[in-house]
Design a protein around this ligand. Structure first.
Ligand code: AMP
Length: 130
């Protein structure tokens, strides 16, 4: 079981922002920006492009809804999209609120938030999820 499957199963806590039958969205615990969200399929698959077509297509549509909620909740110009997947072997998409290109950089120092701040950020995004 991957760490993300444990999060999805509720065995490890997360700051959830959205969920449906097939996907789970939650705050990245080591964010490059305020409102940095990860979207993962509930189905366990390591590499994003090994997902079956329906799961991958559905993930894009679910991510669109999450990105729309992020943009309403967090001041930003756009929501950037990144796939890395070198650390956690469970497919996921990074959704990152940005106002400039440098906001996307994973090499910058990560942002630090207190648990209460993470909770408030997740709640603000969740409240805008449709
Ligand atoms: P990568 O697999 O390279 O896309 O990186 C995995 C991402 O997952 C990193 O940005 C981590 O900060 C994030 N991450 C790892 N463990 C957790 C966790 N328990 N909760 C939230 N985010 C996590």
């Amino acid at each position: 079981m991957t760490i993300f499957s444990k999060i999805i199963a509720g065995e490890i806590p997360s700051y959830k922002v959205a969920e449906d039958d097939a996907y789970y969205a939650f705050l990245d615990i080591n964010p490059v920006a305020k409102g940095h969200v990860l979207v993962a399929p509930k189905k366990e698959e390591d590499y994003l492009f090994d997902l079956d077509d329906d799961t991958l297509a559905g993930m894009a549509l679910f991510s669109k809804r999450v990105a729309t909620a992020i943009r309403k909740a967090i001041p930003c110009k756009r929501v950037g999209v990144t796939v890395i997947g070198l650390e956690v072997p469970h497919a996921h998409i990074h959704l990152i609120p940005i106002t400039k290109e440098a906001d996307m950089l994973f090499t910058q120092p990560k942002k630090k938030f207190e648990p209460e701040e993470f909770k408030a950020i997740a709640a603000a995004i969740a409240a805008n999820f449709e």
